[in-house]
Design a binder for this molecule. Structure first.
Ligand SMILES: Cc1cc2nc3c(=O)[nH]c(=O)nc-3n(C[C@H](O)[C@H](O)[C@H](O)COP(=O)(O)OP(=O)(O)OC[C@H]3O[C@@H](n4cnc5c(N)ncnc54)[C@H](O)[C@@H]3O)c2cc1C
Ligand SMILES: *[C@@H]1O[C@H](CO)[C@@H](O)[C@H](O)[C@H]1NC(C)=O
Ligand SMILES: *[C@@H]1O[C@H](CO)[C@@H](O)[C@H](O)[C@H]1NC(C)=O
Ligand SMILES: *[C@@H]1O[C@H](CO)[C@@H](O)[C@H](O)[C@H]1NC(C)=O
Ligand SMILES: *[C@@H]1O[C@H](CO)[C@@H](O)[C@H](O)[C@H]1NC(C)=O
Ligand SMILES: *[C@@H]1O[C@H](CO)[C@@H](O)[C@H](O)[C@H]1NC(C)=O
Ligand SMILES: *[C@@H]1O[C@H](CO)[C@@H](O)[C@H](O)[C@H]1NC(C)=O
Ligand SMILES: *[C@@H]1O[C@H](CO)[C@@H](O)[C@H](O)[C@H]1NC(C)=O
Ligand SMILES: *[C@@H]1O[C@H](CO)[C@@H](O)[C@H](O)[C@H]1NC(C)=O
Ligand SMILES: *[C@@H]1O[C@H](CO)[C@@H](O)[C@H](O)[C@H]1NC(C)=O
Length: 535
């Protein structure tokens, strides 16, 4: 096995000069929480402050190395441990290049290639599978690439308004800019996720996904720097294979995206509601009955453009929100009526809000309850419509069992095949999907063993309960189990072989690597996390 070495100091200074000083040596944010660390001085006040904002995505998006998914750091340096525990860089990238131009991309690719250093693409740092971190790596940090441009786009495939964005641009920023033009575009439910980074490249769902399709379905063009250091454009007619792969085939492996051009649509009236109710342990079957009525009843609403985002534990059910772009409050109320009537009949208390907004943007903002980072370890499964239609009680039996293990189930009920489905690399399982399910076990900031056990529980016990009911389906590659067996077929379905061939064509030397990305089986992460050639 041949290891990729880490950066040798000295070489580093010349690189920094060539970048005009944009090279950042990683200082783990929580170093202020540790005595005698190699990075900074221990500062209990700063540590306390860091703890209070640790749950906010902005704490991590503004840093050049901090992973948002808590387990990615492997307890190497974190703010909740005893001050006497050591603080090390561990799996975090060692250096980052704060990229602000295509030239920065090219210099970083050339330098890491020349010195055989692992390159990581870090955008806003949301990745759940550890793709935006890496032992001994240099990160190409694209968070500051936030250009926006609107145009009237003309191509053989589309004539209409379009937006061109840099990868760093975040959902709420893109939505606000589009709104100022009386337009909307597909963005994630979480306002801080980057648009053209892992989200559009990986598929991308959100409140407009039933109305307009997945994020990847909206793409008109990608501008990319390849492993050969060339700047190329990929559209349905220019480098169409690369266009196909980048539109849903996952980030971080075919090239580095400079910008993405997406369709935008006229603003529209939007009806939205939220609903919360809890279990009465004396009548627990009623709770499960109402939840089923809601989930089954909402399915036809997704066929006319609705999306419901819900969360289930063995105590509570929260819908936040259910949205019908283009719909009226009266229409949405009709769809929710059976659930509400049952709650009244069973005398269960609930909180319910419904509203009609003149624009989608107002609805999206109103529901912008600052989404915290996910302090859970997760696994995911795409639930086909046939399972909801024909095996609903089995599905709910499985979900109830999952919650009784202490897991939170989050569901996105949607239909991403009601609009014409473009030819792209989105996992074909998405087109039959009724619910994208994520199951999540709380992360314990103090107990490595507890986390290892809950990770094993997700992989070996909880996900198989859903897999058994959904043969041939898959999982959403951005919201999935880091240890998913057969991830190639589960995340990419029948597209895998074609994607692997495109990866080899554009990156024959396997320069780009990201865990569970197409072609990543070429490398093996050794025990300490370094990349070695698989033999
Ligand atoms: C709190 C939270 C909420 C979420 N909500 C949603 C949601 O509503 N809908 C949804 O679909 N997903 C959602 N996700 C998942 C999200 O889509 C993925 O985590 C996505 O990868 C984030 O992209 P990023 O660019 O912000 O993050 P990063 O972690 O910086 O990037 C992820 C990976 O994408 C690749 N990548 C990033 N930028 C580039 C680039 N310029 N060129 C090439 N490759 C690149 C790299 O492999 C990188 O490692 C959520 C995640 C979190 C943590
Ligand atoms: C790169 O140069 C800038 C500006 O001189 C400096 O602030 C920064 O610390 C340098 N980075 C490294 C890793 O030395
Ligand atoms: C988000 O995190 C903050 C700070 O840790 C906490 O006070 C708040 O309750 C959290 N919000 C949600 C919705 O979990
Ligand atoms: C429900 O919606 C209202 C506005 O319509 C919002 O103020 C409230 O925070 C929402 N509650 C939840 C739990 O999402
Ligand atoms: C409804 O909201 C109130 C105030 O936030 C809260 O105290 C109550 O527990 C909620 N009820 C249910 C059933 O969720
Ligand atoms: C979203 O919510 C956060 C936290 O409440 C707030 O700081 C931010 O300004 C909001 N964004 C928009 C566009 O309203
Ligand atoms: C929910 O599950 C937990 C175990 O994870 C259990 O302690 C609790 O009693 C359960 N609650 C209900 C209402 O069943
Ligand atoms: C989506 O809606 C269309 C009708 O517009 C329907 O034909 C199709 O079966 C639905 N697909 C799923 C997965 O719900
Ligand atoms: C850590 O979690 C494991 C598994 O839940 C438990 O057995 C152990 O007691 C915990 N350790 C501490 C120090 O709490
Ligand atoms: C995670 O930490 C443990 C304990 O320090 C160590 O043995 C292991 O090698 C680390 N794993 C990685 C991938 O760094």
């Amino acid at each position: 096995m041949v290891a990729r070495p880490s950066l040798v100091l000295g070489v580093c200074d010349a690189f920094n000069v060539s970048l005009g000083g944009k090279l950042i040596a990683t200082v783990p944010l929580p170093s202020v929480s540790h005595l005698n660390n190699a990075f900074t001085t221990y500062d209990p006040g700063a540590c306390e402050e860091l703890r209070s904002v640790w749950s906010y995505p902005s704490t991590h998006t503004r840093d050049s190395a901090s992973p948002m998914a808590p387990w990615v750091g492997n307890f190497s340096c974190e703010p909740f441990l005893d001050a006497r525990t050591p603080c090390q860089i561990g799996p975090l990238v060692r250096y980052s290049v704060k990229a602000t131009s295509v030239r920065d991309y090219q210099q970083t690719i050339q330098f890491t290639k020349q010195h055989n250093i692992r390159l990581v693409i870090r955008n806003n740092g949301h990745d759940y599978l550890g793709k935006s971190s890496g032992v001994g790596a240099v990160a190409l940090w694209t968070h500051h690439m936030k250009d926006i441009e609107f145009s009237d786009y003309t191509s053989p495939h589309y004539r209409g308004r379009a937006i061109k964005v840099g990868p760093g641009l975040q959902g709420i920023e893109a939505m606000a800019a589009a709104h100022a033009q009386s337009n909307v575009l597909v963005v994630g439910n979480c306002e801080t996720v980057g648009v053209a980074g892992g989200y559009y490249q990986g598929g991308g769902h959100g409140q407009l996904a039933s109305w307009l399709g997945l994020a990847a379905d909206q793409v008109l063009a990608w501008d990319v720097v390849t492993a050969a250091d060339e700047v190329i454009t990929a559209t349905p007619t220019q480098n169409p294979d690369l266009y196909w792969a980048l539109s849903g085939g996952g980030g971080g492996t075919y090239g580095v995206v400079i910008s993405m051009t997406s369709k935008v649509y006229p603003e529209l009236r939007t009806a939205t509601a939220n609903l919360t109710f809890s279990i009465d342990p004396q009548f627990s079957p009623r709770f499960w009955e109402v939840v089923q009525i809601f989930v089954a009843g909402i399915q036809p609403l997704t066929d006319i453009g609705g999306v419901a985002i819900w969360e289930l534990t063995n105590r509570t059910f929260v819908v936040s929100p259910v949205t019908v772009p283009g719909g009226t409050q009266a229409l949405l109320q009709t769809w929710l009526q059976p659930t509400l009537e049952l709650l009244v009949r069973y005398q269960m208390s609930f909180n319910y809000t419904i509203h009609e907004y003149t624009t989608f943007y107002e609805s999206y903002r109103e529901m912008n309850r600052s989404s915290n980072v996910t302090e859970y370890q997760i696994g995911g499964r795409l639930i086909p419509r046939s399972t909801v239609d024909r095996s609903l009680s089995k599905l709910f039996h499985a979900l109830q069992t999952i919650t009784e293990h202490g897991a939170v189930v989050s569901g996105v009920s949607l239909n991403v095949s009601r609009t014409p489905v473009p030819d792209n690399a989105v996992n074909p399982a998405w087109r039959d999907t009724a619910i994208s399910i994520v199951i999540a076990m709380p992360f314990d900031y103090h107990n490595r063993t507890a986390n290892r056990m809950s990770r094993g529980l997700i992989t070996s016990t909880l996900l198989p309960l859903l897999e058994e009911l959904t043969p041939g389906s898959g999982a959403y590659l951005n919201e999935a189990d880091i240890d998913q067996p057969n991830w190639q077929s589960t995340f990419y379905g029948s597209n895998y072989a074609q994607l692997a061939a495109i990866k080899l064509k554009y990156d024959p030397d396997h320069f780009f690597y990201a865990r569970t990305a197409v072609g990543s089986e070429y490398w093996v992460e050794s025990v300490d996390g370094r990349l070695c050639h698989a033999v």
